[in-house]
Design a binder for this molecule. Sequence first.
Ligand code: GLN
Length: 508
Amino acid sequence: MNSDLTRATAAELADALANRTVSSVEVTQAHLDRIAAVDGQVHAYLHVDAEGALQAARSVDERRAAGEALPRLAGVPIAVKDVLTTRGIPTTCGSRTLEGWVPPYDATVVTRLRAEGMPILGKTNMDEFAMGSSTEHSAYGPTRNPWDLERIPGGSGGGSSAVVASFQAPLAIGTDTGGSIRQPAAVTGTVGTKPTYGGVSRYGLVALASSLDQAGPCARSVLDTALLHAVMAGHDPMDSTSIEAPVPPVVEAARNGDVSGMKIGVVRELGGEGYQAGVRARFDEAVKLLVDRGAEVVEVSCPNFDYALAAYYLILPSEASSNLAKFDAMRYGLRVSPDGIGDPSAEQVMAASRDAGFGDEVKRRIILGTYALSSGYYDAYYGSAQKVRTLIAQDFERAFSQVDVLVSPTAPTTAFRFGDKLDDPMAMYLNDIATIPANLAGVPGMSLPAGLADEDGLPAGIQILAPAMRDERLYTVGAALEQALAERWGGLLIDRAPQLDATTVKGA
Ligand code: GLN
């Protein structure tokens, strides 16, 4: 293992902790020191809970010293996207409306982290209420991409991917409603999985679009991603959409990585026009590597994927407009008094508070959603979008009757520059063209690094998609690719990322 504890994988840290060659306090402190050294540049954390993390680390060390048998990741620190509630730790969802809110309860995935004995380093930055692809919509300022500080780290979970990519945490939790785990993973050269819908509890995940949201693991290697996936997943009676079935054997799959005889479908509709040449080239090479390892590759058509983005931007805003109605300054959220009104009505306070508490993108989607749900338009917009959603699910069913997994580039481009797409919502929305179909159908997806694009030297991601509750297939294919690519790139791609000591960093 690397003597710098922040460069180690979670799997290596877990082994070293179990062997007692290192303590959780040492590992946790090393990450807190790294945060103090580099997060001023990256701005991936909205809140760092040094005291809480060290306290959890001390408790794990004491239990281990007492001879207690501990879970696999006990003592390995982690960061959590600021959309998951954490008891005693502020949770803002990247919004002014929740500034200063300290939840009285933990999300189920957070409860599971604590039960595993994982110190929580802090909460990561995100686009406001998880709406965006760049973290530029965070009310607290954007996160920077560790590969190039003038570029976006993806979104909405740019903070979670950036903490992992800049070695400020070995693991992080993200959430993915339309791509917010996978697209940030792609543009930061890291790994991220959106599990099967219902595979991971949504209890305590502040809802963006309840039928699409899913929390999942972010890490630097496929095995680390699987280890965290296994901790997070599994039935939860607190979430009525949680699936009551065993967790797919993701860790075993990640340790195996044998794709010989597997059938892999390249989705014709994801990867043509509009995809950057270097992203396309790395994707094609990755597919060839899978063939070299014994997989059979065929092209598969999913014709309705062409309508996924349009359907998503009706369904998501509809659900979001309903979910965000609770931030009304009465039950939740910021409360401000309207200017110049002596004795304001409840409605006037609500209007002023929502105006002050929400950013432009959130307002845009609330307006879109309430319009799509309004009587007279409901059938034409929301109803039609739901029908398209069914067609997309049927495309997946047909495809998975022919192949074991589907693959595509994760995002059409590498990381873009700040401001490039901020004033053009449609351009921003197009980032998720390849990731959205999985959310609409509820199937699992992973992004992992495919290499660096020739034209800009920035990471490009490959996406793997599998049938519902066959999440282990993502890890089998992911592990095979990671091994093959490590031979080509001489190790994990992320180890080639800038070290972030101010002298070597582009844009610092
Ligand atoms: N970028 C997509 C959006 O803005 C996805 C967001 C997400 O997955 N949370 O809706």
